[in-house]
Design a binder for this molecule. Sequence first.
Ligand SMILES: [Zn+2]
Length: 212
Amino acid sequence: MIQDISPYRLDTAYRDTVPAPDDRFFSFQGEDVLLREGEDGCRSLPSFRDLQYPAGGMPRQAVFLFRVDKEPVFLLDGAAPGCRGLRYLPVCGLKGILPGWAFFTGVTALHLNHWYGNNRYCGRCGSAVEKKMGQRALVCPDCGNTVYPCIAPVVMVAVINGDKLLMPRMTLTRWKWMMRKIFLDRHIGAAGDCRPSSKANTQEGAMKWDES
Ligand SMILES: [Zn+2]
């Protein structure tokens, strides 16, 4: 489950900070995430040192995301330069990589990556927006319009009937499919394998008791 990031602590409070060479970052291309692949096949979240920037040079498009324990983690806003050992892989590839918190925090990173990508221009006057100092916000330099990430609170409820679990049937977009793979198939499924059967869950709006 998502709270299984423990014993790490995710701190999403925004901070104006610049990355150090050993700080780790997320970089996305569509639904793929940049990972480092060692010669032994082991995958991990890359650090800025892997980008092989010249001494003293760091990417200006690095955006602070959050801290895990005391470690800052960044987003590379834009494609990473091609470097040996780095490769974009499907975001589900975060499962099982190092560090252990990368899989869980990757969802938050992907959410913020979408938000930055979808808010490059002011919705009021069309000018290019800028990052606001000291806040997780974007501000228009021409009209002052300020936008913040949307909060979408979710409450997950398990409705059970004996050994059965009530599951929805719906048409899944690729995004929903990806989220299901991350949160349901990989975690709830591992605990009790309550996955809905595949063909039965492509109809819109229906609910059923799943006994699998
Ligand atoms: Zn504006």
